[in-house]
Design a protein around this ligand. Structure first.
Ligand code: NAD
Length: 260
């Protein structure tokens, strides 16, 4: 049980982040969700999390591409709960373009959100974790923290950087009861992935099935999408005492992608 613990999950208004929030709430943790979206829908999710956990759920809608907003979010967490025991850095975005055409502002945003935000949340969460002699820092990295694809330079750079940052965190925190690990999914079935199917069908003159198997799942040997619940189950395991000696690891959930 995670009763009495507080989990902050960045980018948790949809997809993988929301699944983490639901899974940790079911174990009784206080939850802080973050991300963008329709405010009525977010409020509904927040209430559902409180019902599931019997604990508190707070929404903090700050833009994590900005250090000052991350500081404000971490301040809200400290005021409400004293601090964060479980930090999941999950917010992320993608842009696809060749390097020489890559918009400079998109590069800066992706590095800020997918990499630098994890530095800021971590540096602000660590003192409390150290004082409690217990903590979990979990990054949603990606198969792209271990492998590259063309046209995703900012994303691949940020995710490789996140994997390196996590190893350093693990070493610095090793004697404080605080672990730091990456979870690296392959293609996960989220609205983000589902929504690119119709356009890809048109662009490549393919059926839905062809897009799924020949494009999206081309590099995923199981030919199955990872589910958000499978990713969240790994996070819950990393929060358990059984995982106390797993630190600095990069846990792949990619249907065999990075075995190739
Ligand atoms: P998603 O688009 O469903 O969720 C992204 C979340 O981040 C949303 O809650 C969004 O509101 C939030 N967000 C976006 N910009 C933000 C900002 N500036 N500040 C704060 N929050 C912001 O995507 P997802 O598929 O659930 O992805 C979550 C994480 O998983 C990302 O880091 C992504 O790189 C990683 N990932 C996804 C896949 C996949 O196939 N879907 C695979 C590997 C890794």
């Amino acid at each position: 049980s995670l009763a009495g613990k507080t989990a902050l999950i960045t980018g948790s208004t949809s997809g993988i982040g929301l699944a983490y929030a639901k899974t940790l709430a079911a174990e009784g943790a206080n939850i802080i969700i973050n991300g963008f979206g329709d405010s009525a829908a977010i409020e509904q999710e927040r209430q559902a999390l409180e019902q599931a956990s019997g604990a508190k759920a707070l929404y903090s809608g700050h833009d994590l591409t900005k250090a000052s907003e991350i500081e404000a979010m971490m301040q809200e967490a400290a005021s409400a709960f004293g601090g964060v025991d479980i930090l999941i850095n999950n917010a992320g975005m993608q842009h696809v373009a060749p390097v020489e055409e890559f918009p400079v502002d998109k590069w800066d945003l992706i590095i800020a959100l997918n990499l630098t935000s994890a530095f800021h949340t971590s540096r602000l969460a660590i003192p409390y974790m150290k004082s409690r002699k217990w903590g979990r820092i979990i990054q949603t990295a990606s198969a792209h923290s271990l492998r590259a694809s063309p046209f995703k330079s900012a994303y691949v750079t940020a995710k490789h950087g996140l994997a390196g940052f996590t190893k350093t965190l693990a070493l610095e925190l090793a004697t404080f009861g605080v672990t730091a690990n990456c979870i690296s999914p392959g293609y996960v079935w989220t609205p983000l992935v589902e929504n690119q199917i119709p356009d890809t069908m048109k662009a490549r003159n393919m059926t839905r099935e062809q897009v799924m198997n020949n494009v999206l799942l081309a590099g995923q040997p199981t030919k199955q999408f990872v589910t958000v619940d499978q990713v969240a189950a790994m996070a819950l395991f990393l929060c358990s005492d059984a995982a106390a000696n797993i630190t600095g690891a990069n846990m792949t959930i990619d249907g065999g992608w990075t075995a190739q």
